[in-house]
Design a protein around this ligand. Structure first.
Ligand code: MN
Ligand code: MN
Length: 465
């Protein structure tokens, strides 16, 4: 590969930055500019799905449901309710030989507006929220927030709303208690400092002239009506997500890292999709699945537990004139998958929760987690060593920096991913991805070289497995 110092087999202990010449480092930074733009503009699962489909179309992908026939070399996408996407690059081998699958999720922790959110208290207009996913609630106060989402109106139209991202937009936010009056609050446990029902967003304070009752709330309602033709009732059928306002930024004096909202798991989604787009030809069908609802258990029609992907595979076999129930089952069980999600990078500020020999580090490349889970690997997909051996060989053949890690010390906590769900089809699946600092905080941090190595790791997997 151009720009690399030498073709030496990298082991996971080397800092990946050291592999690159000036020219190679420039490529790392360039690739991350694209990722930063994606992360800045796509802050909901819908926005991610839309952008991935736009990118797919630009790479020649067509809607699977719009084509009558499919053959080797075709590139097809499936849009599941605007919140999950599957991309297929059809291979020369029959689908029943299995697929090479990259999977990740595109939902991120946030605060969702309730269905009846708007109210007035002491002449301030407020919005009720219900947090989504695992959040430290105290991190979401006293920071600028934006609203992204859609309202579905009774006539069938969809109103898209983004407020708080343009430099000229206002932001909204949740107040914290002043330190001067926090004597009681400061004695509370961190989980009680800010409670879920107190995550109320302040969104207005000017009363509407001549309105007698709840005039401030009425004024906010008037603004929504004027700008979006949105009635207060329309909150009933809306999905509005309150997220940190602002763009992803270079982080560190050397610009080696990225701070942004929603690295978990858009960092794996973007790298997986772009690795697939780089693929020119393939023997077995190459796939990228990007799903919703991982942060709340992969439930619902747009989560990984949904039959959506299995249905899409059946439809693809049908378009290839090769459908049978048995072939669907074989296609699934003969597959190999990198189920990608973020890992915890070692943090010098919090060394006590990590076991240093089995933790991920910034700058050491793509992270493989043989298992995740908690309390004795509970809930984990424990990948087979035979599969891991193949992956090691592939990473080394393509000079990709990789590392092995688990999420923290034994019995310190843990987490789940979508791997176990796909493993139910009896396919070979392993968890892997990019390591972060501040996971699930409003602003998460990742290393640029890890983003690039991970994309290269996915590309190598698609070529070789
Ligand atoms: Mn997560
Ligand atoms: Mn995740």
């Amino acid at each position: 590969m151009p720009g690399k110092k030498k073709e030496k087999q990298e082991n996971s202990n080397k800092n990946a930055w050291l592999k690159y010449t000036k020219e190679g480092t420039e490529k790392v930074f360039q690739y991350c500019e694209g990722y930063k733009k994606f992360l800045s503009e796509c802050k909901t699962e819908r926005e991610c799905a839309e952008e991935i489909i736009r990118m797919a179309k630009a790479s020649g992908y067509k809607d699977l449901y719009s084509v009558k026939k499919a053959k080797a070399g075709d590139k097809l996408y499936v849009n599941n309710m605007g919140k999950a996407v599957a991309l297929f690059h059809v291979g020369s081998e029959p689908l029943e030989k299995g697929m090479k699958i990259l999977g990740a999720h595109i939902d991120s922790p946030r605060l969702d507006l309730k269905q009846n959110p708007l109210y007035e208290d002491t002449e301030l207009a407020m919005l009720e929220t219900h947090y989504y996913g695992g959040v430290k609630k105290y991190q979401w106060v006293a920071i600028p927030l934006a609203i992204h989402g859609v309202a579905a109106k009774k006539d069938g139209t969809l109103v898209n709303v983004v407020i708080g991202e343009d430099d000229n937009d206002p932001v909204i936010g949740i107040s914290d208690l002043l330190i001067h009056l926090s004597a009681d609050q400061m004695e509370k446990k961190a989980s009680k400092v800010i409670e879920g029902e107190d995550l109320n967003v302040l969104c207005g304070s000017i009363p509407l002239d001549k309105e007698e009752k709840e005039a401030v709330k009425a004024n906010v309602a008037r603004l929504l009506k004027e700008k979006y033709d949105f009635e207060e009732d329309d909150f009933f059928s809306a999905e509005f997500e309150v997220v940190p306002a602002g763009k992803a930024r270079d982080y560190g004096l050397d610009r080696s890292m990225i701070m942004g909202y929603g690295h978990d798991d858009r960092i794996c989604a973007y790298t997986s999709a772009s690795a697939l787009f780089e693929l020119t030809e393939t023997d077995r069908t190459a796939v990228c699945i990007l799903v919703d609802k991982e942060e709340i258990g992969s439930v619902g029609a747009t989560g990984m537990h949904s039959k959506f992907f299995e249905n899409a595979v059946a439809e693809l076999l049908d378009r290839m004139g090769d459908y049978s129930e048995l072939k669907v089952r074989r296609a699934m069980s003969n597959s190999h998958m990198l189920s990608s999600d973020v890992s915890a990078a070692f943090d010098p500020n919090f060394p006590s929760v990590m076991e240093k020999k089995n933790t991920a580090y910034f700058g050491k490349g793509i992270v493989f987690n043989k298992y995740t889970g908690s309390r004795g690997k509970g809930g984990s997909n424990d990948a087979n060593p035979e599969f891991l051996a193949k992956l090691r060989a592939i990473m080394e053949k393509h000079s990709v920096s990789y590392q092995s890690a688990e999420l923290g010390k034994v019995d310190q906590g843990g987490g789940g991913t979508i791997a176990y769900i796909m493993a139910n089809y009896n396919m070979q699946v392993v968890d892997c991805g990019v390591a972060l600092h501040n996971m699930h905080a409003p602003w998460e941090v990742a290393s640029k070289v890890d983003v690039y190595e991970t994309k290269n790791g996915y590309a190598a997997f698609l070529k070789e497995i």
